[in-house]
Unconditional design. Structure first.
Length: 149
């Protein structure tokens, strides 16, 4: 599984003309599931996101995590994180998990994150969504459960 984690002052997602999730200070997390990913991958990423120190504390620039600031997390499914654009000009999504598996692990990721006591807001799986965010910093971190980067 892959995630793009962005520190935000605010973020929201709209699907079918209605806001399905919104946060003030906290994190916007795009999640993409790869073929072969398991619940272990989702749990690893949830733990990483929950405890990732991305917020300032005095003169220590990145010393607090999302719970420390009383923030929330907006999670948006994004199979495009599994794109392979190394060859040609059109990305390949062959490594993205099938929708049933991806949705199951997306939901599991959100549930594990919520178990840490963090408020979790969500996009709509497989929907065309509009995501609005005010990035803080900007601070953006790439995560991969297979630790390829």
């Amino acid at each position: 599984m892959r995630a793009v984690v962005q520190r935000v002052d605010s973020a929201s997602v709209t699907a079918d003309g209605r806001v399905t999730g919104a946060v003030d200070a906290g994190l916007l997390v795009y999640v993409g599931v790869e073929q072969g990913d398991t619940a272990e991958d989702a749990a690893y990423l949830a733990d990483k996101v929950r405890h990732l120190r991305m917020f300032p504390e005095g003169d220590k620039h990145l010393n607090r995590d999302v719970a420390d600031i009383g923030g929330a997390v907006l999670v948006v499914s994004a199979f495009t994180l599994q794109a392979d654009a190394r060859k040609g000009r059109r990305p390949s999504f062959d490594q993205a998990a099938p929708p049933e598996q991806a949705n199951e692990l997306y939901e599991y990721f959100c549930a594990k994150l919520a178990e840490y006591g963090v408020r979790v807001e969500r996009g709509v799986f497989r929907a065309a969504m509009t995501v609005a965010s005010v990035n803080a910093g900007p601070v953006c971190i790439l995560l991969d459960s297979h630790r390829v980067f």
